[in-house]
Design a protein around this ligand. Sequence first.
Ligand code: PEP
Length: 246
Amino acid sequence: MRRKLAAGNWKMNGLKADLAEVAALTAAHPAPGTDILLCPPATLIAPMVAAAQGSALAVGGQDCHAAAAGAHTGDVSAPMLADAGATHVILGHSERRQDHDEHNEHVRAKANAALAAGLVCVICVGESEAERDAANTLDIIGGQLSGSIPDGVTGHSLVVAYEPIWAIGTGRTPTLDQIGEVHDFIRMRLERRFGPGIGRSTRLLYGGSVKPANAAEIFAVSNVDGALVGGASLKASDFSAIITAL
Ligand code: PEP
């Protein structure tokens, strides 16, 4: 039985004053029946961990470097995230793949570093609109899965987020059938590569314009174990409604 997971990605948003949203969120969900994760910018990880103390909220990073330390100005390593109190890290988000020219092999190297630091990897995959229009969605997702996910994962240390690039921040979502088709495909590929134990216990999140209004119908789709939420995770009231829909 996979426990549901609501994960929020604050992207490059959030100042210390916004930690008030964390207080509101944890007050609204003192004993959640689902797992809740927020991934703020690196500057807010330690303060958010402090703000979430005593609650069920987990805190994660949005990226990490593949090296543990060294001459990499501006980067943050996986051991640094863990040292700040993070338990998870998002890797391979399409904004990183696009803005920082990250490819599957970079994501895989980062995931290996994250696993070595004891972090749970939330690895993102997703097709562009042109790839979907060309009926290449499953080929693209299959390549991202085999290229980005390292061999050493377990059902606990891996979460896969399916995020169609064209649905992120656009207000557009795939049909429920399209979401189900991709999630079933990801489950099948994980089972084939890692066996039924890891394949069936890995949680699969849908991401891309999840809102309180569409959360329940998306969560009812087969093999959807939760959501990776961008914009709607910034406000405790919206994120809370999504958690409640899980
Ligand atoms: C995201 O960037 O991970 C995301 C899903 O964003 P949004 O919910 O704003 O579409």
